[in-house]
Design a protein around this ligand. Structure first.
Ligand code: ASP
Length: 438
Protein backbone atom coordinates (compact mmCIF):
# COMPACT_ATOMS: atom_id res chain seq x y z
CA UNK A 1 0.00 0.00 0.00
CA UNK A 2 1.40 3.40 -0.99
CA UNK A 3 -0.01 6.72 0.13
CA UNK A 4 1.29 9.96 -1.30
CA UNK A 5 0.90 12.84 1.16
CA UNK A 6 0.94 16.48 0.18
CA UNK A 7 1.33 19.08 2.92
CA UNK A 8 0.20 22.65 2.33
CA UNK A 9 1.77 25.94 3.42
CA UNK A 10 0.27 26.13 6.91
CA UNK A 11 1.52 22.59 7.63
CA UNK A 12 5.03 23.76 6.70
CA UNK A 13 4.82 27.16 8.38
CA UNK A 14 7.43 26.63 11.13
CA UNK A 15 9.46 24.04 12.99
CA UNK A 16 6.54 23.07 15.17
CA UNK A 17 4.17 22.34 12.33
CA UNK A 18 6.92 20.47 10.50
CA UNK A 19 7.27 18.20 13.52
CA UNK A 20 3.54 17.50 13.28
CA UNK A 21 4.10 16.55 9.66
CA UNK A 22 6.91 14.22 10.67
CA UNK A 23 4.65 12.52 13.25
CA UNK A 24 1.86 12.09 10.76
CA UNK A 25 4.18 10.52 8.21
CA UNK A 26 5.94 8.24 10.62
CA UNK A 27 2.69 7.02 12.19
CA UNK A 28 1.79 5.14 9.00
CA UNK A 29 4.31 3.07 7.01
CA UNK A 30 2.17 3.46 3.89
CA UNK A 31 2.86 7.21 3.87
CA UNK A 32 5.92 6.90 1.71
CA UNK A 33 6.12 9.86 -0.62
CA UNK A 34 5.74 13.38 0.67
CA UNK A 35 5.10 16.45 -1.47
CA UNK A 36 5.53 19.82 0.20
CA UNK A 37 4.46 23.42 -0.28
CA UNK A 38 6.52 26.41 0.75
CA UNK A 39 6.02 27.68 4.31
CA UNK A 40 2.77 29.63 4.55
CA UNK A 41 1.43 32.07 7.11
CA UNK A 42 2.14 31.44 10.79
CA UNK A 43 -0.42 33.98 11.97
CA UNK A 44 -2.84 36.53 10.50
CA UNK A 45 -0.87 39.27 8.80
CA UNK A 46 2.18 37.05 8.23
CA UNK A 47 3.52 36.79 4.66
CA UNK A 48 3.76 33.51 2.76
CA UNK A 49 7.23 32.55 1.56
CA UNK A 50 5.95 32.33 -2.02
CA UNK A 51 4.71 35.91 -1.84
CA UNK A 52 8.08 37.05 -0.47
CA UNK A 53 9.74 35.28 -3.38
CA UNK A 54 7.58 37.08 -5.92
CA UNK A 55 8.65 40.27 -4.17
CA UNK A 56 12.25 39.11 -4.45
CA UNK A 57 11.72 38.83 -8.19
CA UNK A 58 10.42 42.41 -8.33
CA UNK A 59 13.48 43.54 -6.41
CA UNK A 60 15.86 41.72 -8.78
CA UNK A 61 14.09 43.25 -11.77
CA UNK A 62 14.30 46.74 -10.33
CA UNK A 63 17.70 46.83 -8.72
CA UNK A 64 19.56 43.61 -9.62
CA UNK A 65 19.62 42.65 -5.96
CA UNK A 66 17.50 40.17 -4.02
CA UNK A 67 17.02 42.84 -1.34
CA UNK A 68 14.96 42.77 1.84
CA UNK A 69 12.35 40.24 0.67
CA UNK A 70 14.95 37.50 0.19
CA UNK A 71 16.49 38.39 3.55
CA UNK A 72 13.10 37.63 5.11
CA UNK A 73 12.93 34.32 3.26
CA UNK A 74 16.41 33.41 4.47
CA UNK A 75 15.54 34.37 8.04
CA UNK A 76 12.44 32.14 8.02
CA UNK A 77 14.43 29.13 6.82
CA UNK A 78 17.31 29.74 9.18
CA UNK A 79 14.79 29.98 12.02
CA UNK A 80 13.12 26.69 11.04
CA UNK A 81 16.42 24.81 10.75
CA UNK A 82 17.52 26.22 14.09
CA UNK A 83 14.20 25.36 15.77
CA UNK A 84 14.46 21.79 14.53
CA UNK A 85 18.15 21.58 15.44
CA UNK A 86 18.87 20.09 12.02
CA UNK A 87 22.36 19.30 10.99
CA UNK A 88 22.33 20.96 7.56
CA UNK A 89 24.29 23.78 5.98
CA UNK A 90 21.30 26.09 5.52
CA UNK A 91 23.52 29.18 5.12
CA UNK A 92 25.36 27.52 2.25
CA UNK A 93 22.10 26.42 0.59
CA UNK A 94 20.62 29.91 0.95
CA UNK A 95 23.73 31.57 -0.52
CA UNK A 96 23.62 29.19 -3.47
CA UNK A 97 19.89 29.85 -3.95
CA UNK A 98 20.45 33.60 -3.89
CA UNK A 99 23.17 33.34 -6.53
CA UNK A 100 20.92 31.19 -8.73
CA UNK A 101 18.06 33.67 -8.41
CA UNK A 102 20.35 36.43 -9.65
CA UNK A 103 21.57 34.24 -12.49
CA UNK A 104 18.26 32.69 -13.66
CA UNK A 105 16.20 35.73 -12.77
CA UNK A 106 12.70 34.57 -13.80
CA UNK A 107 9.57 34.98 -11.67
CA UNK A 108 8.91 31.23 -11.83
CA UNK A 109 12.42 30.36 -10.69
CA UNK A 110 12.20 32.77 -7.75
CA UNK A 111 8.75 31.52 -6.71
CA UNK A 112 9.79 27.87 -6.92
CA UNK A 113 12.57 28.29 -4.35
CA UNK A 114 10.05 28.16 -1.48
CA UNK A 115 9.15 24.56 -2.28
CA UNK A 116 12.75 23.72 -3.11
CA UNK A 117 13.97 24.91 0.29
CA UNK A 118 11.09 23.49 2.32
CA UNK A 119 11.56 20.17 0.52
CA UNK A 120 15.21 20.08 1.48
CA UNK A 121 14.42 20.91 5.10
CA UNK A 122 11.66 18.28 5.30
CA UNK A 123 13.90 15.63 3.73
CA UNK A 124 16.58 16.41 6.31
CA UNK A 125 14.04 16.25 9.13
CA UNK A 126 12.77 12.85 7.99
CA UNK A 127 16.23 11.61 7.07
CA UNK A 128 15.08 10.61 3.56
CA UNK A 129 16.17 11.57 0.02
CA UNK A 130 15.05 14.88 -1.54
CA UNK A 131 13.83 14.84 -5.13
CA UNK A 132 14.17 18.13 -7.01
CA UNK A 133 10.98 18.55 -9.06
CA UNK A 134 13.08 20.11 -11.81
CA UNK A 135 14.55 16.69 -12.59
CA UNK A 136 11.27 14.80 -12.72
CA UNK A 137 8.33 17.10 -13.58
CA UNK A 138 8.53 18.18 -17.22
CA UNK A 139 6.45 20.58 -19.30
CA UNK A 140 6.15 20.43 -23.09
CA UNK A 141 6.60 23.24 -25.61
CA UNK A 142 2.94 24.28 -25.14
CA UNK A 143 3.55 24.76 -21.44
CA UNK A 144 1.46 21.75 -20.46
CA UNK A 145 2.62 18.85 -18.35
CA UNK A 146 4.48 16.23 -20.38
CA UNK A 147 2.74 13.50 -18.46
CA UNK A 148 4.33 10.43 -20.02
CA UNK A 149 7.83 11.69 -19.40
CA UNK A 150 7.01 13.00 -15.96
CA UNK A 151 5.40 9.77 -14.77
CA UNK A 152 8.27 7.65 -15.96
CA UNK A 153 10.97 9.97 -14.55
CA UNK A 154 9.20 10.09 -11.21
CA UNK A 155 8.62 6.35 -11.05
CA UNK A 156 12.29 5.83 -11.86
CA UNK A 157 13.48 8.36 -9.27
CA UNK A 158 11.33 6.90 -6.50
CA UNK A 159 11.87 3.22 -7.33
CA UNK A 160 13.40 1.35 -4.44
CA UNK A 161 13.15 4.32 -2.09
CA UNK A 162 11.10 3.46 0.97
CA UNK A 163 10.44 7.15 1.53
CA UNK A 164 11.27 10.46 -0.20
CA UNK A 165 10.31 14.12 -0.29
CA UNK A 166 9.42 15.79 -3.59
CA UNK A 167 9.18 19.58 -3.91
CA UNK A 168 5.73 20.74 -5.04
CA UNK A 169 4.61 23.56 -7.36
CA UNK A 170 7.27 23.46 -10.09
CA UNK A 171 8.99 21.50 -12.80
CA UNK A 172 11.09 22.27 -15.85
CA UNK A 173 10.03 23.50 -19.29
CA UNK A 174 11.21 22.14 -22.64
CA UNK A 175 14.10 24.60 -22.68
CA UNK A 176 15.41 23.61 -19.27
CA UNK A 177 13.99 26.55 -17.31
CA UNK A 178 12.10 26.17 -14.08
CA UNK A 179 8.36 26.61 -14.53
CA UNK A 180 5.65 26.66 -11.87
CA UNK A 181 2.02 25.60 -11.93
CA UNK A 182 -0.50 28.30 -11.08
CA UNK A 183 -0.83 29.37 -7.43
CA UNK A 184 -1.68 26.53 -5.08
CA UNK A 185 -0.10 24.15 -7.58
CA UNK A 186 1.56 21.81 -5.08
CA UNK A 187 -1.81 20.03 -5.00
CA UNK A 188 -1.24 19.23 -8.66
CA UNK A 189 2.32 18.03 -7.96
CA UNK A 190 0.98 15.70 -5.26
CA UNK A 191 -1.55 14.24 -7.67
CA UNK A 192 1.16 13.72 -10.27
CA UNK A 193 3.37 11.85 -7.81
CA UNK A 194 0.40 9.70 -6.70
CA UNK A 195 -0.29 8.82 -10.31
CA UNK A 196 3.36 8.12 -11.11
CA UNK A 197 3.84 5.62 -8.29
CA UNK A 198 0.37 4.08 -8.62
CA UNK A 199 -0.61 5.09 -5.08
CA UNK A 200 -3.71 3.61 -3.46
CA UNK A 201 -4.52 6.96 -1.89
CA UNK A 202 -3.57 10.60 -2.34
CA UNK A 203 -3.73 12.33 1.04
CA UNK A 204 -3.91 16.10 0.85
CA UNK A 205 -3.08 17.59 4.25
CA UNK A 206 -4.23 21.13 4.87
CA UNK A 207 -5.55 23.30 7.70
CA UNK A 208 -9.26 22.45 7.42
CA UNK A 209 -11.00 19.13 7.98
CA UNK A 210 -12.12 18.76 4.39
CA UNK A 211 -14.76 20.34 2.25
CA UNK A 212 -17.70 22.14 3.72
CA UNK A 213 -21.06 22.28 2.01
CA UNK A 214 -20.79 26.07 1.69
CA UNK A 215 -18.34 28.95 2.21
CA UNK A 216 -17.87 29.35 6.00
CA UNK A 217 -17.19 33.08 5.55
CA UNK A 218 -20.78 33.48 4.40
CA UNK A 219 -22.70 30.68 6.13
CA UNK A 220 -22.08 29.96 9.79
CA UNK A 221 -20.84 26.43 10.49
CA UNK A 222 -21.74 24.74 7.23
CA UNK A 223 -21.93 20.93 7.39
CA UNK A 224 -18.81 19.01 6.31
CA UNK A 225 -18.92 16.95 3.17
CA UNK A 226 -17.78 13.43 4.02
CA UNK A 227 -17.53 12.15 0.47
CA UNK A 228 -17.87 13.56 -2.98
CA UNK A 229 -17.15 12.42 -6.50
CA UNK A 230 -14.42 13.81 -8.75
CA UNK A 231 -17.11 15.44 -10.85
CA UNK A 232 -18.76 17.13 -7.89
CA UNK A 233 -15.38 18.29 -6.70
CA UNK A 234 -14.57 19.73 -10.09
CA UNK A 235 -17.84 21.69 -10.14
CA UNK A 236 -17.42 22.97 -6.59
CA UNK A 237 -13.78 23.95 -6.83
CA UNK A 238 -14.26 25.55 -10.21
CA UNK A 239 -16.95 27.65 -8.59
CA UNK A 240 -14.71 28.85 -5.82
CA UNK A 241 -14.61 26.17 -3.11
CA UNK A 242 -10.85 26.33 -2.89
CA UNK A 243 -9.63 23.59 -0.62
CA UNK A 244 -7.91 21.87 -3.53
CA UNK A 245 -6.45 23.24 -6.78
CA UNK A 246 -9.04 22.63 -9.48
CA UNK A 247 -6.53 20.85 -11.73
CA UNK A 248 -5.37 18.41 -9.07
CA UNK A 249 -7.95 15.79 -9.91
CA UNK A 250 -6.91 15.10 -13.48
CA UNK A 251 -3.80 12.98 -12.84
CA UNK A 252 -5.42 10.84 -10.14
CA UNK A 253 -8.73 10.50 -11.92
CA UNK A 254 -7.06 8.76 -14.83
CA UNK A 255 -5.95 6.00 -12.49
CA UNK A 256 -9.00 5.94 -10.17
CA UNK A 257 -6.93 7.00 -7.16
CA UNK A 258 -9.11 8.46 -4.40
CA UNK A 259 -8.10 11.70 -2.65
CA UNK A 260 -8.55 12.30 1.05
CA UNK A 261 -8.45 15.81 2.45
CA UNK A 262 -7.04 15.78 5.98
CA UNK A 263 -6.32 18.39 8.63
CA UNK A 264 -2.71 18.50 9.91
CA UNK A 265 -3.93 20.20 13.06
CA UNK A 266 -6.74 17.70 13.72
CA UNK A 267 -5.42 14.46 12.22
CA UNK A 268 -8.10 12.46 14.01
CA UNK A 269 -10.86 14.15 11.95
CA UNK A 270 -12.17 12.03 9.14
CA UNK A 271 -11.86 14.72 6.47
CA UNK A 272 -13.38 14.43 3.02
CA UNK A 273 -12.91 11.57 0.62
CA UNK A 274 -13.05 12.23 -3.09
CA UNK A 275 -13.83 9.09 -5.02
CA UNK A 276 -14.11 8.19 -8.69
CA UNK A 277 -17.56 9.10 -9.96
CA UNK A 278 -18.31 5.45 -10.74
CA UNK A 279 -17.66 4.47 -7.11
CA UNK A 280 -19.71 7.29 -5.69
CA UNK A 281 -22.65 6.14 -3.63
CA UNK A 282 -25.77 8.16 -2.98
CA UNK A 283 -25.48 9.76 0.45
CA UNK A 284 -29.16 10.47 0.80
CA UNK A 285 -28.62 14.17 0.23
CA UNK A 286 -29.87 15.61 -3.01
CA UNK A 287 -27.41 18.49 -2.88
CA UNK A 288 -23.76 17.88 -1.99
CA UNK A 289 -22.60 21.47 -1.84
CA UNK A 290 -23.27 25.06 -2.86
CA UNK A 291 -20.55 27.38 -4.12
CA UNK A 292 -20.26 30.59 -6.04
CA UNK A 293 -18.20 33.41 -7.47
CA UNK A 294 -18.73 37.08 -8.12
CA UNK A 295 -17.81 39.41 -10.96
CA UNK A 296 -19.01 38.02 -14.24
CA UNK A 297 -20.21 39.87 -17.31
CA UNK A 298 -23.00 38.53 -19.49
CA UNK A 299 -23.01 39.41 -23.18
CA UNK A 300 -26.60 38.86 -24.22
CA UNK A 301 -27.50 38.49 -27.90
CA UNK A 302 -30.91 38.32 -29.50
CA UNK A 303 -31.75 37.72 -33.13
CA UNK A 304 -34.98 36.48 -34.73
CA UNK A 305 -34.61 33.04 -36.29
CA UNK A 306 -31.19 32.63 -34.71
CA UNK A 307 -31.83 28.90 -34.64
CA UNK A 308 -32.04 28.77 -38.43
CA UNK A 309 -28.95 30.85 -39.05
CA UNK A 310 -26.12 28.47 -39.70
CA UNK A 311 -22.81 29.50 -38.17
CA UNK A 312 -24.20 32.11 -35.78
CA UNK A 313 -22.44 30.75 -32.68
CA UNK A 314 -19.37 30.01 -34.74
CA UNK A 315 -19.04 33.65 -35.79
CA UNK A 316 -19.46 34.88 -32.22
CA UNK A 317 -16.91 32.41 -30.96
CA UNK A 318 -14.46 33.50 -33.65
CA UNK A 319 -14.37 36.89 -31.92
CA UNK A 320 -13.65 35.25 -28.57
CA UNK A 321 -10.96 33.14 -30.12
CA UNK A 322 -9.31 36.13 -31.76
CA UNK A 323 -9.09 37.91 -28.40
CA UNK A 324 -8.05 34.77 -26.52
CA UNK A 325 -11.12 34.95 -24.29
CA UNK A 326 -12.53 31.88 -22.61
CA UNK A 327 -16.14 31.90 -21.49
CA UNK A 328 -17.72 30.13 -18.54
CA UNK A 329 -21.21 29.32 -19.79
CA UNK A 330 -23.49 29.87 -22.77
CA UNK A 331 -27.13 29.72 -21.71
CA UNK A 332 -29.35 29.77 -24.80
CA UNK A 333 -32.97 30.37 -25.74
CA UNK A 334 -34.70 30.00 -29.11
CA UNK A 335 -33.62 33.40 -30.38
CA UNK A 336 -31.23 34.35 -27.61
CA UNK A 337 -27.78 33.42 -26.51
CA UNK A 338 -25.72 34.70 -23.59
CA UNK A 339 -22.01 34.44 -23.04
CA UNK A 340 -20.90 34.54 -19.44
CA UNK A 341 -17.32 35.78 -19.10
CA UNK A 342 -15.11 36.57 -16.13
CA UNK A 343 -15.24 40.40 -15.95
CA UNK A 344 -11.49 40.69 -15.27
CA UNK A 345 -10.72 39.47 -18.82
CA UNK A 346 -12.89 42.18 -20.38
CA UNK A 347 -11.22 45.16 -18.75
CA UNK A 348 -9.28 47.96 -20.47
CA UNK A 349 -11.50 48.33 -23.51
CA UNK A 350 -11.59 44.62 -24.42
CA UNK A 351 -15.35 44.40 -23.83
CA UNK A 352 -16.05 47.32 -26.17
CA UNK A 353 -13.86 45.86 -28.90
CA UNK A 354 -15.41 42.42 -28.57
CA UNK A 355 -18.94 43.85 -28.74
CA UNK A 356 -18.16 45.92 -31.82
CA UNK A 357 -16.79 42.87 -33.59
CA UNK A 358 -19.74 40.70 -32.58
CA UNK A 359 -22.09 43.41 -33.95
CA UNK A 360 -20.28 43.31 -37.23
CA UNK A 361 -19.98 39.53 -37.44
CA UNK A 362 -23.57 38.48 -36.64
CA UNK A 363 -25.67 41.68 -36.76
CA UNK A 364 -27.88 40.82 -33.78
CA UNK A 365 -31.25 42.58 -33.26
CA UNK A 366 -30.17 43.28 -29.74
CA UNK A 367 -26.85 43.14 -27.91
CA UNK A 368 -26.94 43.87 -24.21
CA UNK A 369 -24.29 43.80 -21.51
CA UNK A 370 -25.21 42.75 -18.00
CA UNK A 371 -22.46 43.65 -15.56
CA UNK A 372 -21.67 42.63 -11.99
CA UNK A 373 -23.19 39.18 -12.02
CA UNK A 374 -22.48 36.53 -9.41
CA UNK A 375 -22.90 32.85 -10.19
CA UNK A 376 -24.10 30.30 -7.66
CA UNK A 377 -23.83 26.59 -8.35
CA UNK A 378 -25.89 23.96 -6.61
CA UNK A 379 -24.05 20.69 -7.07
CA UNK A 380 -24.93 17.06 -6.39
CA UNK A 381 -25.46 13.74 -8.11
CA UNK A 382 -28.51 13.36 -5.86
CA UNK A 383 -30.39 16.04 -7.82
CA UNK A 384 -30.90 13.76 -10.79
CA UNK A 385 -32.78 11.24 -8.69
CA UNK A 386 -35.13 13.54 -6.85
CA UNK A 387 -38.09 15.57 -8.04
CA UNK A 388 -38.51 19.25 -7.27
CA UNK A 389 -34.93 20.43 -6.67
CA UNK A 390 -35.20 23.41 -8.96
CA UNK A 391 -38.63 24.32 -7.60
CA UNK A 392 -37.17 24.44 -4.09
CA UNK A 393 -34.11 26.33 -5.29
CA UNK A 394 -36.05 29.09 -7.02
CA UNK A 395 -38.59 29.34 -4.24
CA UNK A 396 -35.80 29.84 -1.73
CA UNK A 397 -34.24 32.56 -3.88
CA UNK A 398 -37.61 34.24 -4.35
CA UNK A 399 -38.26 34.17 -0.61
CA UNK A 400 -34.95 35.97 -0.12
CA UNK A 401 -36.32 38.69 -2.42
CA UNK A 402 -33.64 38.14 -5.05
CA UNK A 403 -34.20 38.45 -8.77
CA UNK A 404 -32.63 35.66 -10.84
CA UNK A 405 -30.78 37.12 -13.82
CA UNK A 406 -29.70 33.92 -15.52
CA UNK A 407 -30.19 30.16 -15.24
CA UNK A 408 -28.00 27.42 -16.60
CA UNK A 409 -28.44 23.74 -15.94
CA UNK A 410 -25.69 21.40 -17.01
CA UNK A 411 -27.05 18.53 -19.11
CA UNK A 412 -25.52 16.04 -16.67
CA UNK A 413 -28.04 17.13 -14.00
CA UNK A 414 -25.07 17.48 -11.70
CA UNK A 415 -25.49 21.20 -11.24
CA UNK A 416 -27.83 24.13 -11.57
CA UNK A 417 -26.21 27.52 -11.92
CA UNK A 418 -28.05 30.75 -11.26
CA UNK A 419 -26.82 34.26 -11.93
CA UNK A 420 -27.82 37.08 -9.58
CA UNK A 421 -26.58 40.62 -9.11
CA UNK A 422 -23.26 40.78 -7.24
CA UNK A 423 -24.90 42.67 -4.40
CA UNK A 424 -27.29 39.76 -3.80
CA UNK A 425 -24.59 37.11 -3.77
CA UNK A 426 -24.23 36.49 -0.03
CA UNK A 427 -27.98 36.64 0.59
CA UNK A 428 -28.69 34.13 -2.17
CA UNK A 429 -25.97 31.73 -1.08
CA UNK A 430 -27.33 31.72 2.47
CA UNK A 431 -30.91 31.19 1.32
CA UNK A 432 -29.93 28.28 -0.92
CA UNK A 433 -27.78 26.65 1.75
CA UNK A 434 -30.57 26.92 4.33
CA UNK A 435 -33.07 25.41 1.92
CA UNK A 436 -31.06 22.25 1.31
CA UNK A 437 -29.08 21.78 4.51
CA UNK A 438 -31.12 23.06 7.45
N1 ASP B 1 3.52 27.90 -2.65
C1 ASP B 1 2.69 27.99 -3.80
C2 ASP B 1 1.64 29.04 -3.59
O1 ASP B 1 1.63 29.71 -2.58
C3 ASP B 1 2.13 26.67 -4.22
C4 ASP B 1 1.37 25.91 -3.17
O2 ASP B 1 1.45 26.22 -1.98
O3 ASP B 1 0.66 24.97 -3.53
O4 ASP B 1 0.80 29.23 -4.43
Amino acid sequence: MIKVCKFGGTSMADGNTMLRVKNIIESDPARRYVVVSAPGKRFGGDIKITDLLYETYESVKLSHATGAPFEKVAERFRGIVHELALDMDIDGILAETQAEILKEGTADFCASRGEYLSGRVMAALLGVPFIDARDVVKFNAEGRLDSERTYSLLAEALKGKPRAVVAGFYGEDHEGRVKTFSRGGSDVSGAIVARAVGAELYENWTDVSGFLACDPRIVENPVPIRALSYKELRELSYMGANVLHSEAIFPVREADIPIRIKNTFRPEDEGTEIVPTSRHTYSGRRVTGVAGKKNFTVIFLEKSLMNAEIGFTYRVLAVFLKHGISFEHIPTGIDTMSFVVDSAILKNGVLEEVCAEIQENVRPDNLRIINDIALIAVVGHGMARSVGTSARLFEAIARAGVNVRMIDQGSSELNIIVGVDNENYERTLKAVYEEFFE
